[in-house]
Design a binder for this molecule. Structure first.
Ligand code: CU
Length: 408
């Protein structure tokens, strides 16, 4: 039997194998379809199992191997018959060209579809600067990305290996080296300087004596935010972790007279166009104070205090109109994976007019309760007849705690 015949037979054998595989697959598919009409199979758990994806991967490998082998057989037959086999350089070149077009369309799709999902306009003064910086960086990197990719893939397509030409040996060019070193260095210097100056303008502010910031203290813990407003004096009093007790969860030091009028904020309410200075602390682990709409993010660190000052510029009501979303809410989130319930660490923030803020803030609960007054030897205030239920439970809890303490 001649070699030609042998390969011919092998080709026939390969084809026979392929036909058998496809026939079997379609037979199985028909059986499966028949079974499916009889009783629908719940594919949910199957799609969730790892084994399904391992089998799928192995099937894909097998398919690629079969196609590869079939192509190899085809190539060998072509060669033995003295015909030209597949020009892989050409195939690779075409794949590069297709990849360029599909890839650039992907970039366009990403920018238009996911670009729509970006945050609404910045609701703070410094946020506009951060957005501007982000946009400039995005425009520069997009231009560079598109140009370099066109050059990269078009080069691979146009200059694919060919028997008709020889590669030109071009080892070095000083001018070219200078161009592609100096231009990126200049662009990066501009971007870094811009970032540095913007950072300084946010964190090193000169205080305007006529428009002093409103101080609000935020204490993070697993898994909540505690908000303390400064009261009438505008100063948030001292606190000390050694003073933390069952009735003084934040460890406020009431020997500091600034603490006496401090209030608990059950939500964060901010007056519009007024600078606000957040005093950030943590009781247990690292958390991150993150208010995306204001472009604010800073870690809260146990054992140290950090500050973030900014000016909200758009009220919640105005933002509802701007975003065309009647349920719009500003949010405070935790941006550190701080434990199992990290995802749940959020608090609504409301930006209101100064008048609305003034009306809201006077209604907030004072931090200093009568139990705390007793603990700090301060004069106790006579409680109104209908005392709030919350105060009662606190009092009972204190009695219990004291009894436990006595037994010990
Ligand atoms: Cu957290």
């Amino acid at each position: 039997m001649s070699l030609k015949k042998l390969i011919g037979n092998k080709t026939m054998a390969a084809l026979a194998v392929l036909i058998t595989v496809f026939a079997n697959t379609s037979a199985f598919a028909q059986e499966a379809a028949a079974a499916a009409t009889a009783k629908p199979v719940d594919m949910g758990p199957i799609y969730k199992s790892t084994l399904f994806y391992i089998l799928l991967f192995l099937l894909l490998c097998l398919f690629i191997a079969i196609v590869g082998k079939a192509l190899r057989v085809y190539e060998l037959t072509q060669e033995t018959q003295g015909k030209q086999s597949i020009n892989w350089d050409k195939v690779n070149g075409i794949i590069f060209a297709i990849f360029l077009v599909v890839g650039l369309y992907g970039v366009y799709w990403e920018y238009t579809v996911h670009g729509e999902m970006l945050l609404p306009e910045a609701a703070s003064e410094h946020g506009k600067k951060i957005d501007q910086m982000f946009n400039i960086t995005l425009i520069i990197t997009t231009i560079v990305f598109i140009l370099t990719h066109i050059v990269l893939f078009a080069f691979a397509y146009f200059y694919k290996s060919s028997n008709n030409r020889k590669a030109y040996y071009y080892p070095h060019n000083n001018a070219l080296e200078r161009v592609w070193t100096i231009i990126p260095a200049l662009v990066l210097t501009v971007l870094v300087l811009m970032g540095f100056l913007t950072w300084r303008s946010i964190f090193y502010k000169i205080e305007d004596p006529n428009n002093k910031p409103l101080s609000i203290e935020v204490t993070s813990s697993q898994f909540q935010w505690d908000i303390r407003y400064p009261g009438a004096d505008g100063v948030v009093g001292k606190k000390n972790y050694k003073k933390i007790t069952a009735i003084n969860a934040l460890g406020i030091d009431f020997t500091d007279k600034n603490s006496l009028d401090d209030q608990i904020g059950d939500e964060i309410v901010l007056p519009v166009n007024k600078p606000v200075r957040f005093i950030l602390t943590s009781k247990d682990v690292l958390h991150s104070f993150y208010m995306p709409h204001f472009r604010v993010q800073l870690n809260t660190v146990p054992g140290m205090t950090s500050y973030f000052e900014f000016t909200p510029t758009i009220t919640t009501e105005q933002m509802k109109v701007k975003t065309n979303d009647p349920s719009f809410k500003y949010l405070l989130l935790c941006a550190k994976i701080c434990g199992a319930n990290h995802y749940n660490m959020q608090k609504p923030v409301r930006v209101v007019t100064q008048a609305e803020y003034d009306a809201w803030v006077v209604k907030q609960t004072p931090y200093l309760t009568n139990d705390l007054r007793k603990a700090f030897n301060l004069p106790v205030i006579a409680e109104p007849v209908a005392a709030p239920a919350k105060a009662d439970t606190t009092a009972k809890d204190t009695v219990k705690t004291n009894q436990i303490a006595l037994k010990k």
